[in-house]
Design a protein around this ligand. Structure first.
Ligand code: ATP
Ligand code: MN
Length: 476
């Protein structure tokens, strides 16, 4: 029959037509008005029934959270807040939701509480909106690269390389932990493990993406990424998704242009395709901000997104940034937890946010960091001290993108891995690309959930991924 999803119905309703709606009850008022949501849109549809005609036992089953199928006629709405409603001919409860047990009520719940019921969190307006925006952002990213002639490659999730140096790794093993085999030195005998060596979950697909870029020219990976760091912050997950393009013949400037263009493309895509969900999330943010002191409030969400699309990012070197930070008010007044004393200091999120939110009030791209605080594969500058790195810093978030031009010169790369104490034989396959037809190339990593934080205006990264994995937390 005429089963129709609510977004389709609301987009082009035919007054007088008969439709079937299936979804979940949000509210049931006055034994008459059922607000139904089916996940296709932030908007509910209102179904109106004549309770005098209905069986009382069936009416009792219409409770928040129950699933329902409604057959009815589309009419212009009398009430405020909606253009149309459904006059119910018949309905069927598909699944009950006992009101004494169902944890979601029509009232507001805290985001912390919702994280504890991640299985039902999808049913809320907030998380429904976030999930739809997340879907759109995934498409935006694939569109962006596809339109520009990039090839999507799948890099391994289980990796045998321990040289990426991007953070602590999760071990992958089938050895019996209660009875580990030992070698002659009394250490765990990894030769007996599933892959005959130590393996881990990937912290980045970059090294593998480089191999592909040095053959296919322009590639990107977009996959799950794992970090076993014990950092319980609002910006770190143990399992997150990362987008990593890698481009042959690009230098650092091309790399910055690509990253800036990509971020603007994604934000514009959200503005174009997710209007209703963003409007809802904007209101949510406005309400959340009301309880904060004036100086901690953010720009209205839509304004903030448009601002990023319309303005050039600021580009400056690490050395310039250090000067600004050293002479900044919070540094002089001792307000930074990590005071900036001299060149060479690693930048903490408080410094990144000062530059973006106070000094420039714009996204900032920092380049040319000291070699020793960045990874081994970044291209060495002629000064011998700095490398062709770039980090993109966003308001409210700090680092959203980290990338670099890569060291394509075999002799220098070999010296670097020696300085970083990486055994040459563990990266022989990586070094081979520099031995056979090496070219200048560059790439970066965008943390997908950090982009989601920015686009949705949420403040905790656990709230923009369906099933967050963080230290001591892998429920669901
Ligand atoms: P941070 O300094 O914020 O911990 P990082 O420098 O360790 O990040 P990179 O190794 O440069 O991160 O990874 C590239 C991008 O991946 C980062 O710019 C960020 O957007 C994202 N990212 C890194 N670690 C995490 C994490 N634990 N959870 C979510 N996103 C992350
Ligand atoms: Mn980084």
């Amino acid at each position: 029959m005429n089963y129709i999803r609510i977004n389709e119905l609301l987009k082009s309703p035919t007054i007088g037509s008969e439709v079937i709606i299936k979804g979940w009850v949000r509210t049931f008022r006055s034994n008459r008005f059922i607000a139904i949501n089916d996940g296709s849109t932030i908007n509910n549809v209102q179904a109106v029934l004549d309770f005098e005609k209905e069986d009382e036992n069936q009416l009792k089953r219409i409770t928040t959270g129950s699933s329902i199928a409604v057959v009815g006629k589309v009419v212009a709405s009398q009430g405020k807040g909606q253009n149309i409603e459904i006059v119910v001919k018949s309905f069927e409860i598909l699944g009950d939701a006992n009101p004494d047990e169902f944890p979601l009520q029509p009232k507001k719940h805290s985001l912390e509480f919702l994280r504890e019921i991640a299985h039902l969190r999808f049913r809320t307006s907030t998380f429904g909106a976030i999930t739809r925006v997340r879907h759109s952002m995934i498409f935006a990213i694939h569109n962006f690269f596809n339109e520009r002639g990039f090839y999507n490659i799948h890099t391994p999730i289980i990796t045998g390389s321990d040289a990426e140096g991007a953070g602590e790794m999760f071990r992958v093993t089938t050895l019996d932990l209660k009875n580990l085999p030992k070698n002659e030195q009394g250490e765990t005998d990894t030769k007996q493990d599933f892959f005959g060596k130590e393996t881990n979950l990937t912290v980045s697909g970059q090294l593998e993406a480089e191999l592909a870029a040095l053959a296919l020219g322009k590639v990107y990976t977009f996959g799950p990424t794992f970090r076993a760091e014990n950092s319980n912050t609002t910006r770190h997950l143990s399992e997150f998704w990362m987008i990593e393009p890698e481009v042959a013949f690009n230098d650092l400037n091309d790399n910055m242009d690509l990253a800036e263009e990509m971020l603007k493309y994604c934000v514009q895509y959200a503005l174009d395709k997710c209007g209703e969900d963003l409007a809802f999330l904007a209101t949510r943010l406005e309400e959340e901000d009301k309880s904060k002191p004036q100086d901690q409030r953010s720009l209205p969400l839509i304004e903030k997104l448009k601002f990023v699309v319309e303005n050039d990012f600021v580009r400056l070197t690490y050395t310039e940034a250090i000067e600004i930070l050293r002479n900044s008010k919070p540094n002089k007044k001792g307000q930074f937890k990590y005071p900036i004393e001299s060149w060479g200091a690693d930048l903490q999120s408080e410094h990144e946010r000062f530059l973006v939110e106070k000094e420039f009030k714009k996204p900032v791209i920092l380049t040319d960091y000291p070699a020793n605080i960045k990874a081994f594969y970044m291209r060495q500058n002629d000064d011998g001290k700095t490398v062709r790195a770039m980090d993109i810093l966003f308001p409210g978030i700090g680092e959203i993108v980290g990338g670099s031009q890569r060291e394509e010169r075999l002799d220098i790369l070999k010296q670097k891995i020696a300085t970083f104490n990486i055994p040459e034989e563990s990266v022989w396959w990586y070094l081979d690309t520099r031995k056979f037809g090496t070219v200048p190339h560059a790439g970066f990593g965008l943390g997908f959930e950090r982009l989601m934080l920015f686009v949705t205006g949420m403040s905790n990264i656990r709230d923009v991924i369906p099933f967050p994995r963080t230290p001591k937390n892998a429920e669901f």
